[in-house]
Write a protein that binds this ligand. Sequence first.
Ligand code: ADP
Ligand code: MG
Length: 256
Amino acid sequence: GPTLEETTAESVSHQPSNAPLKDDSTFEGLGLTEKLSQHLTSSMKYVAPTKVQRAVISKMIDSQQDYFVKAQTGSGKTLAFVLPIIHRLMTEPDLITRLSGLFAVILTPTRELAVQIHAVLESILRCHHHIVPGVVVGGEKKKSEKARIRKGVNILVATPGRLADHLENTTSLDVSQVRWLVLDEGDRLVELGFQETITKITDHLSQHSRINSNKWIELPPRRVNILCSATMPDDVKQFGSTILEKPEMISIDRGS
Ligand code: ADP
Ligand code: MG
């Protein structure tokens, strides 16, 4: 199986002696652009990154590695995985617009969570209107979801069942450029029995992937997979290991 390298918050913040020292107490220090950092602090009133954000953001900006991210509920995992993705899309040399393609898929166990993450994306992207988020969840509005997908979205938040449905039935949903797959609340996804549906989704993503590394020079040349969870029991780790490739474990202790 894939090797699992344990990393604690402490070892994450330790810098190799030849690397430039990063000031992890600010968003900008973690490598996010001034524009994005200012929006987070001035408009959204996030004073400083949380522990999990300090551990994950600069790593995800710099690498194309798969990660398990284990940190307690309320520790700020959403911004930890969302900000690096937005940063990479914002700093791409060719301006990314809704017509550029779908680059990230975020799977969550419930529609409430999906709607919540989509709202976070919307408020972050108020500082950069060209990047468009979308959400697809179980319920009665498949037609409007289809219309929105047809117009083009760059980051899609979804519940597994509804995404699988769209992959089968919404012909305009093009997943050939997806560079990030986030499984949020991995423990609940497994508890609710979504493994089979998620495997169907990842098989579909792999089969339809047409990543052209010449065109999108700075985006990851393969699909990066992230599994976030408050708890990491064996069945979650095992399921994650069927999707993540050579993942690294980032495990955050309680506290700020
Ligand atoms: P988790 O997914 O780990 O349970 P969330 O990402 O949902 O946590 O964040 C929990 C709460 O913390 C949210 O209300 C969010 O707005 C807030 N939050 C996230 N990051 C920060 C930050 N850097 N500073 C202050 N509050 C934050
Ligand atoms: Mg969360």
